[in-house]
Design a protein around this ligand. Structure first.
Ligand SMILES: Cc1cc2nc3c(=O)[nH]c(=O)nc-3n(C[C@H](O)[C@H](O)[C@H](O)COP(=O)(O)OP(=O)(O)OC[C@H]3O[C@@H](n4cnc5c(N)ncnc54)[C@H](O)[C@@H]3O)c2cc1C
Ligand code: SF4
Length: 483
């Protein structure tokens, strides 16, 4: 496509204002400015259509960003949407929650030149929201139905993307999930203020309208073994995510007001969805009027601190053992948390949770960053005698997730896993060591991102299609030979 004029306009994504530590904002204006058509076109037309689209290279889906920006700038939104959705099953979701500063936008040439990135995520969201409003988003309609069936374990983004792509090809798709709702971490992990739940629900309905069957409240391992599912289906995709919360071993960690991050976030999301929460949990897992300390520095920790602020906590502190430059969470998220009044306590590690029957404080030690380890990251070393305390009524552990023991859970000891417990696959075929059993998403990569789960789901669907076609050809040849 021909190049467009480079323009510098309001970047459409509010940059966080710095506030004094602990200073609160009460209005929670949303992160993303809503675009009107003129603002979207203005923003899209800032793309320089540079010859080397680094944004596209650094998007895990290799979305054709320059072309859909060009189409948006020209007001050709339906074509922009068609292009955006051709590589991404959930463009409006990625547009909202991708850490764009580490992916497409962080590599935008205009950003690199110091003029502020084209806000690619906001435009992607705008294009797809317009498509929903205009009725351009339709369920898949396969050209022909196939007999072969695929069972997908896990209705998170990896399972859903794979399910939609397999339905597109005509396979019979059943998606099993132990939750009562579709979406995995999209529905119960990521908070509503980042990703509204209607956005996830309408995708789930679309996939069901496209002919996929959902079996919810169905836990593989409890309601059926992997072997039973293999009997029922011609191929299986395991897309179960990673859910074993990492722990920290310090005295007092067993006190009742210390919670794993997902317990806190699931309760908050359930409340937002209008579910009944048992009375004790509704109070215990609510940060209102409490001093909250969140331990960890990743995106989950950022979601916890920002949720606690929204619930009306008295104070929210984030305790992290490295410094700002070395934290795994998105810098943009940290900026938003600071803007909302979260206080970051850098280079600090918990030493003990204090309290007799109830939590009263966290005692922490100062840390300095030592020599880099084999991964190149500087290892945190505690400074003896540097103890200090932080007032706390509630402590949230957000230290990351590991895979559950799937071979044991699935009653399938023969299923091969890596030394980290993730499922071992052949990266070309995405198949595990069991014939016809594939895997995708966090359960292969370890805790990662939605956009990578979508990419894996799409890749797995393509590989499952190849496998089933080869199987059908092999069976046809065998029956001819037998005649
Ligand atoms: C709090 C939090 C916030 C995050 N925020 C972001 C963000 O802002 N942006 C981003 O890109 N990524 C974010 N992530 C990461 C992202 O959510 C994951 O990388 C992504 O959801 C992985 O997709 P998945 O399909 O592999 O697994 P999941 O989304 O975890 O889905 C797995 C599904 O499998 C089901 N399941 C598990 N075991 C069984 C079983 N035995 N039987 C049946 N069903 C089973 C689960 O119930 C679940 O529904 C966040 C993660 C967390 C925890
Ligand atoms: S999917 Fe994510 S990384 Fe790719 S263009 Fe959209 S926001 Fe950027």
């Amino acid at each position: 496509m021909a190049g467009s004029m480079l323009k510098f306009v309001d970047i459409g994504q509010r940059m966080p204002e710095k506030r004094a530590a602990g200073e609160r904002r009460e209005d929670f204006a949303e992160i993303y400015q809503e675009f009107d058509p003129a603002a979207a076109a203005d923003q899209a037309s800032r793309c320089s259509q540079c010859g080397v689209p680094f944004c596209q290279v650094h998007c895990p889906l290799h979305n054709n960003i320059p072309d859909w920006l060009m189409l948006t700038a020209e007001g050709r939104l339906e074509e922009a949407y068609e292009l955006a959705q051709s590589t991404n099953n959930f463009p409006e979701i990625c547009g909202r929650i991708c850490p764009q500063d580490r992916l497409c936008e962080g590599n935008c040439v205009i950003e690199q030149a110091g003029h502020g990135t084209v806000t690619i995520g906001s435009v992607e969201k705008y294009i797809t929201e317009t498509a929903w409003q205009e009725g351009w988003v339709r369920p898949v309609r396969p050209r022909r139905e196939l007999e072969a069936s695929v069972g997908i374990i896990g209705a998170g983004p990896a399972g859903l993307a794979a399910g939609e792509e397999l339905r597109r090809k005509g396979y019979q798709v059943t998606i099993y999930d132990r939750y009562d709702r579709v979406g995995g971490l999209l529905i119960y992990g990521i908070p509503n203020f980042k990703l509204e739940k209607e956005v996830v629900n309408r995708r789930a309905e679309l996939i069901a309208d496209g002919g996929a069957t959902f079996k919810l409240n169905f836990e593989v391992g409890r309601d059926a073994s992997l072997a039973e599912l293999r009997q029922r289906h011609d191929a299986i995709l395991i897309a179960t995510g990673v859910y074993k919360a990492r722990d920290v071993k310090v005295p007092g960690i067993g006190l009742p007001e210390v919670f794993p991050a997902l317990d806190f976030l699931v309760a908050s999301n359930r409340k937002g969805l209008g579910d009944e929460i048992p009375a004790c949990d509704a109070t215990r897992l609510d940060a209102r009027d409490k001093h909250v300390v969140v331990v960890g520095g990743g995106d989950t920790a950022m979601d916890c601190v920002r949720t606690a602020v929204r619930q009306g906590a008295k104070s929210v502190k984030c305790l992290y053992r490295r410094d700002r430059a070395n934290m795994p969470g998105s810098q943009r998220e940290v900026g938003h948390a600071e803007e909302e009044g979260v206080e970051f306590v850098w280079l600090s590690a918990p030493e003990a949770v204090l309290g007799d029957e109830r939590v009263s404080a966290v005692r922490a030690l100062k840390v300095h960053l030592g020599v880099p380890d084999t991964s190149g990251r500087q290892s945190p070393e505690v400074i003896p005698g540097s103890s200090f305390t932080l007032e706390a009524d509630m402590v949230i552990k957000a230290l990351g997730f590991d895979p559950e023991d799937l071979p044991q859970l699935f009653g399938a000891q023969e299923l091969g896993v890596t030394r980290w417990g993730t499922i071992a696959i052949d990266f070309k075929t995405m198949m595990s060591n069991l014939d016809g059993v594939f895997a995708a998403g966090d359960i292969v990569r370890g805790a990662s991102l939605v956009v990578w789960a979508v990419r894996d789901g799409r890749d797995a669907a393509a590989q499952i299609d190849k496998y089933l076609q080869a199987k059908a050809t092999g069976e046809a040849a065998a029956s001819v030979a037998a005649e």
